[in-house]
Design a binder for this molecule. Structure first.
Ligand code: MN
Length: 130
């Protein structure tokens, strides 16, 4: 993979501990991160930064991460960006719903470091190959 441009990830997450965990991990693996705690601003930030991947918490206070994902996939400028959904353990059965909203990847909390980074790498690689 070319390293001429540092790859970037937008993290949409309202929980501060998870935000730190995701960003610390991504940082350790060399990704630039953009943080979004307010789901209502996620589309705007995605349009401005055009990250290589979006990590989307599904349970947000104001708006569902599924709705945000639908907005992203309705937007021609950013719909190509893969979305990796992260959901609470209790929602594990809802993978179908997450996929139908347009998310390309899915992980349930608690996140395991290895599967998280593997999912990030493979989604970015699949995008780069497309
Ligand atoms: Mn949340």
């Amino acid at each position: 993979m070319s390293d001429s441009k540092q790859q970037s990830v937008l993290v949409v997450e309202d929980n501060e501990l998870n935000m730190r965990l995701f960003c610390d991990l991504l940082d350790a693996y060399g990704y630039k991160t953009f943080q979004c705690r307010d789901g209502g601003r996620a589309v705007e930030i995605a349009r401005r930064e055009v990250p290589d991947l979006i990590i989307m918490d599904i349970q947000l206070p104001e708006v569902s991460g599924l709705d945000i994902t639908r907005w992203i996939k309705d937007d021609a400028a950013i719909r190509h960006i893969p979305v990796l959904a992260v959901t609470a353990f209790a929602m594990r059965a809802d993978e179908k719903r997450v996929r139908e909203a347009g998310c390309e990847g899915y992980l349930s909390k608690p996140i395991q470091m290895r599967s998280f980074i593997k999912a990030v790498e493979s989604l970015i690689a699949s995008k780069a190959a497309a």
